[in-house]
Design a protein around this ligand. Structure first.
Ligand SMILES: [Ca+2]
Length: 97
């Protein structure tokens, strides 16, 4: 896992579609849902501090049907809103290399 090179977030203003496409690569078990562990890997790829803790908060904020993961347009949109509130500097400055 540590040696996988993930696609970075696109440069500039991020749309929810770009966010969804970026997030999909972290769906390691391909079940169409981003679990807390998968979201943690996504955050770690951005060098986000406290990735475990923020991943837990992100899933809590986005998981509308309480199935333990982020799936579907509505939940991805909720996670995008959470990321914009909590990780805005990362999304706009450090999401790419
Ligand atoms: Ca998954």
């Amino acid at each position: 896992m540590a040696f996988v090179r993930y696609r970075a977030l696109p440069r500039g203003e991020l749309t929810v579609e770009e966010f969804r496409a970026w997030l999909a690569q972290f769906d390691a078990d391909r079940d169409g849902r981003i679990s807390r562990e998968e979201l943690q890997h996504a955050l770690q790829s951005l060098n986000v501090w406290f990735a475990w803790w923020k991943a837990r908060g992100g899933v809590r904020a986005a998981d509308a049907n309480r199935d333990g993961g982020v799936a579907g347009e509505e939940e991805v949109a909720r996670l995008f809103a959470f990321a914009q509130r909590n990780l805005h500097a990362k999304l706009t400055q450090l999401g790419y290399y």
